[in-house]
Ligand binder design. Structure first.
Ligand SMILES: CC(C)(COP(=O)(O)OP(=O)(O)OC[C@H]1O[C@@H](n2cnc3c(N)ncnc32)[C@H](O)[C@@H]1OP(=O)(O)O)[C@@H](O)C(=O)NCCC(=O)NCCS
Length: 187
């Protein structure tokens, strides 16, 4: 199991745009098992919102996940969630761990780092058809929030959504008792 101290969340700048675009191809392909995703004539799915992550500072937050310095995934987060009316809510837009790093605690550690980095109310939306994602978020949100979260349903097509709501105070204080003082352990 990867130790929390080995996982970093690195803010991604515009110089990382093509790297993120490449990882997004893998991510969208993975999600193609759940949603119908259309591939372009150039053999790429594309992700039209990526440039917004550098043109809307303060509202969009792109991160790379690294394990011992090696690329292991990415997170795209934003302020304003399609699931709520509060423009200050944070929302996990996209979250991806490379297959070679899965089931090793990397995603959990990265989520803890994300919520600690940006304090406030967080919304996580996951398709009911994304079984792995749903189990991952239910467990990870619960571990971070120590049970103080809500999970609600939301209609969607072709599948409904589960919507998790939790708070971060930026200190990880909610989970300090179980994590100890030396880092995170949500796995
Ligand atoms: C979902 C995802 C981010 C999980 O990342 P990860 O690094 O493998 O997650 P972790 O190792 O931290 O898992 C923590 C816990 O979540 C649950 N979990 C994670 N993946 C699971 C899976 N495939 N099946 C069942 N439970 C799973 C388990 O309880 C796991 O603990 P355990 O391994 O001790 O049983 C990763 O599988 C992924 O990138 N999937 C494709 C993209 C995606 O669906 N993103 C989420 C969109 S909402």
């Amino acid at each position: 199991m990867t130790d929390a101290s080995e996982v970093t969340l690195e803010a991604a700048g515009p110089e990382n745009a093509s790297l993120l675009a490449n990882l997004l191809e893998l991510y969208v392909h993975d999600l193609g098992e759940i949603f119908p995703v259309a591939i372009g004539a150039d053999g790429r799915f594309g992700y039209e919102w990526l440039p917004l992550y550098w043109s809307e500072p303060g509202r969009r937050f792109p991160f790379l996940i690294r394990v011992r310095g090696q690329l292991a995934g990415f997170v795209l987060a934003m302020r304003g969630s399609p699931a709520t009316d509060d423009p200050d809510d944070f929302d996990v837009a996209e979250f991806f761990v490379l297959r070679g790093h899965r089931r090793d605690g990397v995603g959990g550690h990265a989520a803890f780092l994300l919520w600690d980095r940006l304090p406030g109310r967080w919304i996580v939306r996951v398709s009911e058809a994304n079984r792995a994602g749903l189990l991952f978020w239910r467990r990870t949100v619960d571990a971070f929030a120590r049970g103080s979260f809500s999970e609600t349903g939301r209609a969607g097509s072709p599948h409904g959504w589960r919507v998790f709501t939790l708070r971060s105070d930026g200190q990880g204080a909610n989970a300090l008792e179980v994590r100890g003082d030396d880092g995170h352990s949500c796995a």
